[in-house]
Design a protein around this ligand. Structure first.
Ligand SMILES: [Zn+2]
Length: 229
């Protein structure tokens, strides 16, 4: 991974994904322009009430796509090219968000990265959700556990090319519990499914469905950016 990255950086020097200035993958000026999303509700029960999902109890996100069109380019690039600067930035952004979040005070945090199918993982070389989860863990003072309790059992076509209904159907039964891991749900901990972005919510919703079916009482989504469609 590192050698390939060094070569890539030599051949294609980093440019800001937003303004194309050479130097950083996302320059500090563009980062400053981002409008961060304030958490509107502060308790788990409130977040639960406003949830527009069937299984997911709510989604916490740092940025809104509509207000920050630049973040889309950054996240798209990140899917295909591992960039440490972006990982660090996303981790900082979400760690800051978690600090605002009162429902986690005094409780353990569990992060469950959205899994990639092994085939796609081999092709891409890393799972962006897992990398982001590790960065959040590193940047948050509170103790965070990362469990890979979900697996992807079906190789699905790429979500980005599909509409909302198709996305949901494409993903149903795509996830399952990782039976190799001991299963335990502790209601004293707050459980988040981590992904890079939430577009229609189908991915997070299908993951939450599996977890709820397996005894999880409350499950939230935690993403860098959210798009409202
Ligand atoms: Zn820039």
């Amino acid at each position: 991974m590192n050698i390939i990255n060094c070569l890539l950086n030599l051949l294609f020097p980093p440019r800001c994904v937003s303004c194309k200035t050479e130097g950083d993958f996302l320059c500090s000026q563009c980062i400053q322009k981002f409008q961060k999303q304030k958490i509107r509700s502060h308790s788990a029960s409130k977040l639960h009430q406003i949830s527009e999902f069937q299984h997911l109890d709510g989604v916490i996100y740092a940025l809104d796509y509509a207000k920050n069109p630049q973040i889309k380019a950054a996240l798209q690039q990140f899917k295909y090219r591992f960039t440490q600067e972006l990982v660090d930035y996303f981790g900082d952004l979400i760690a800051e968000k978690l600090e605002e979040c009162q429902m986690i005070r005094g409780r353990g945090i569990v992060l469950i990265p959205v899994p990639l199918h092994p085939k796609r993982l081999r092709y891409r070389g890393f799972n962006q959700a897992e990398v982001i989860a590790r960065s959040i863990q590193e940047k948050t003072p509170q103790k965070i556990e990362i469990i890979e309790t979900l697996i992807r059992t079906r190789h699905t076509s790429q979500q980005a090319k599909l509409g909302k209904k198709e996305r949901h159907e494409n993903l149903s039964d795509a996830f399952n519990m990782n039976l190799k891991l001991p299963q335990k749900y502790d209601s004293n901990q707050v459980h988040f499914i981590v992904d890079d972005v939430c577009t229609t919510g189908s991915t997070l919703e299908n993951c939450a469905k599996v977890l709820k079916f397996n005894g999880y009482k409350r499950v939230y989504g935690l993403v860098v950016a959210r798009a409202f469609k």
